[in-house]
Write a protein that binds this ligand. Sequence first.
Ligand SMILES: Nc1nc2c(c(=O)[nH]1)N[C@H]1C(S)=C(S)[C@@H](COP(=O)(O)OP(=O)(O)OC[C@H]3O[C@@H](n4cnc5c(=O)[nH]c(N)nc54)[C@H](O)[C@@H]3O)O[C@H]1N2
Ligand SMILES: Nc1nc2c(c(=O)[nH]1)N[C@H]1C(S)=C(S)[C@@H](COP(=O)(O)OP(=O)(O)OC[C@H]3O[C@@H](n4cnc5c(=O)[nH]c(N)nc54)[C@H](O)[C@@H]3O)O[C@H]1N2
Ligand SMILES: [Mo]
Length: 761
Amino acid sequence: MSEEPRVGPVPDGPPQSRPYHHPAAGWGAAKAVTEFVVHEREFVDGPRALLRMNHENGGFDCPGCAWPDTEALSLDICENGVKHVTWEMTGKRVGREFFAAHTVSELSRWSDFALEDQGRLTEPMSYDAASDRYVPISWEEAFELFGRTVRELDDPNQAAYYTSGRLGNEATFLYQLMARELGTNNLPDCSNMCHEASGRALHASLGTGKGTADLKDWDSADALFIMGVNAASNAPRMLTSLAGAYRRGAKIVHINPMIEAGATRTIIPHEFTQMALFRATRTSTLNLQVRIGGDMALMRGIAKATLERAQSDPRAVDQEFIDRHTTGFAEYKALCEATPWEEIERQSGLRHDDIMRAARVYRGADRSIISWCLGVTQHEHGVDTIREIVNVLLLRGNLGREGAGPSPVRGHSNVQGNRTCGIDHRPPKEFLDRLAQVCGIDPPRADGLDTVTTIEAMHRGEVKVFVGMGGNFAMAAPDTPYTHAGLRSCELTVHVSTKLNRSHLVHGRRALILPCLGRTEKDVQRSGVQQTSVEDSMSMVHLSAGMKRPASPRLLSEPAIIAGLARAALPRSDTPWDWYVEDYDRIRDTMAQVLDGFEDFNRRVRLPMGFRIKQPARELIFLTPSGQAEFSTARLPDVVPAPGTLILGTMRSHDQWNTTIYSDNDRYRGIKNLRTLVFMNADDMRERGIGQLDPVDITSTARDGTTRSLRGYLAVQHNLPKGCAAGYMPEMNVLCSITDHSTQSDQPLMKHLRVTISPAA
Ligand SMILES: Nc1nc2c(c(=O)[nH]1)N[C@H]1C(S)=C(S)[C@@H](COP(=O)(O)OP(=O)(O)OC[C@H]3O[C@@H](n4cnc5c(=O)[nH]c(N)nc54)[C@H](O)[C@@H]3O)O[C@H]1N2
Ligand SMILES: Nc1nc2c(c(=O)[nH]1)N[C@H]1C(S)=C(S)[C@@H](COP(=O)(O)OP(=O)(O)OC[C@H]3O[C@@H](n4cnc5c(=O)[nH]c(N)nc54)[C@H](O)[C@@H]3O)O[C@H]1N2
Ligand SMILES: [Mo]
């Protein structure tokens, strides 16, 4: 293996791969939680805090994922939510003594696990090149360093302002206001890497950037299609809905190259009594193992079968809905007829019979929801695929009524809220007009940079200041060495963070670490205790209030940090930055005037479950050019790997949160003590003379023909279609060239790397 530092901890035993036979969640999860709480030294506060999570009226929003809260359950918690919260509430601290004792060069050789495991950051730090160390700096001096550097830029577009999707709505609004008042739309964000394709596709088809189904719809659907998500690890509370659906007699179809743990049976996360009785509930009617990238072909197959059936059974399609609410049906129908079954089978990697099974479930259901996550989006044809999903829904009028609709599963707990509140490098004109009018600024009109283009601009010397509002850009972004070189070429890098991570060590000429309050902590400003709002995957906006004592008295809230940065960079600003921070209600009053659907924000957000942002598409009002829902007519892409090559998808293990690694285990996939692995199909291994846990070299070939390699990874046989391989992010970002991003969404092709795999040299 290369000299790169490890990502995970040093394992305490040899690598193991064993099949996992137990239902998802359940006792394995309970044991994992206990071990984790002990490791983080959070015996007393941990459990108490968990009882305050996701409560209606009070408590904080679980930062673990964007799955909505249920009305019936005030306490729906899961293993990974607990780990995530406990990670933030750790008793460990990383203070000035720590930074005095270690140079940045030394820390750069530490694993990512070890860096975050030092605990919570406690005070602002500034990089001192002479000693190669971070040294304490006062908040005012830190703000001034940022302000001076930004004021001295030739052009405000030489700075980029990244967001990771946990930032609350109020801070988000101030952050984009600062960037735009400074004169740039350079607002790259983590959703450029997860759901950019979903936003673009839904806009084009339905004139909305979001899904239209909510949790009530999930609870009344007759069929649920779950595409490209590892629910048991990444959206565990979805298991509650799936199990409930199964008990109710709804049909559940999982579409995924892997049969993930949540796709068979589960012990509902909060049902501790069921856990004691080992009573698992099934979560699946049908598992379809599409080839990587084969989802669009499968959707086309379902549409084709539905249309074929309609020739003898007119009720197979909802012609009245199609006539009243859609456009482009005739062309789409002709396209389905013209797409041969052989091509659909070859591109999806599925047999005709299996596609017909899925089509029968779809036809047999009065109300269907199709849900998806990264398995669908991180591809060249992500936008076309999601539009094809919408096509299928439109055929049977699965829109604008209970129990039906598209339902993307978002990642970070407030990534959807970030977009709603203005984090958008391609802002709509109407939004900028309102912002100008209400906030009295003159926002720039040209599109800004996203994640990929920010990195490229750093290389050209065109971006010199990088601000990371949370997240771990150095590890999350594609093409790791290229991204690192970009960050190192900056004049100033600023990271607002809760924990030490690689992005602090891969820094510009000057660098700041600005530590902030976490979501679990009490935020007290001049007018008293503050709450912030977040928006979940299903457009519900509600308040979140931390109640823990802050990890250090020197932490500031994210709104306060943004106000400090803005004051220093915009000395003549008329925006009342400090006045806003004194009372977040004031920020919300301004937001209510700028953002559609936020009228009467302060009152409505205090309703028991908050409020749902009005959604035109849900009411069958389509803000598209035609005023109708628009069928798309894209040709099927060729996703079959060339002979000798495989398509590799990168993904998360059960025991990580994006770039935060909790252990080297991936329980539901039967893996212990190993992250540097590649899951392969048995025939693909045999053909290459590769045995179980043999070391292999993986080489990717980018569109521009350049190659990148990872050496000495261990091959693990897994139930995957032939031609498909998989391994873990962020390690495998090394294989993803900066040039390989979708021409439809600009998303890096993190689930679609063209690779060769051979026994290690
Ligand atoms: N515990 C935990 N929770 C998380 C996160 C975390 O890291 N840890 N991350 C959060 C974030 S930011 C996000 S965006 C989400 C991510 O949630 P997921 O989308 O579940 O993330 P991945 O781990 O990348 O898993 C992708 C899934 O897609 C499948 N897949 C790969 N290629 C294809 C394909 O071509 N077609 C189909 N149909 N499936 C495919 C993989 O087998 C895998 O099951 O989770 C959020 N929640
Ligand atoms: N190869 C590959 N790469 C991927 C993906 C993939 O599937 N494959 N997935 C992509 C996706 S979907 C995403 S969302 C990105 C994730 O990219 P990011 O959002 O940039 O990364 P995270 O790992 O979520 O960020 C972790 C850091 O956030 C900071 N943090 C935690 N809580 C808070 C807080 O409350 N406030 C602040 N200010 N900071 C906090 C901590 O310092 C922690 O180290 O990665 C992308 N990268
Ligand atoms: Mo994400």
